[in-house]
Design a protein around this ligand. Structure first.
Ligand SMILES: [Zn+2]
Length: 56
């Protein structure tokens, strides 16, 4: 097992303080740089939206 060698840069979590645009839950870190003009969702809402998208 070799967890230290990764083909990609390690996922960097950006720390901050945001609120989920859907449920209002506090978000303290994001795996990506948040855009000020875009809604931010917590993990749960992200998952929900994803499911909704792929649902047929
Ligand atoms: Zn949420």
């Amino acid at each position: 097992m070799n967890f230290e060698k990764k083909p990609f840069a390690p996922r960097q979590m950006i720390k901050g303080s945001w609120k989920c645009s859907e449920c209002g839950k506090e978000i303290t870190e994001l795996p990506f740089e948040p855009s000020p003009d875009r809604p931010i969702y917590c993990r749960e809402c992200w998952a929900k939206r994803r499911n909704r998208k792929f649902r047929r």
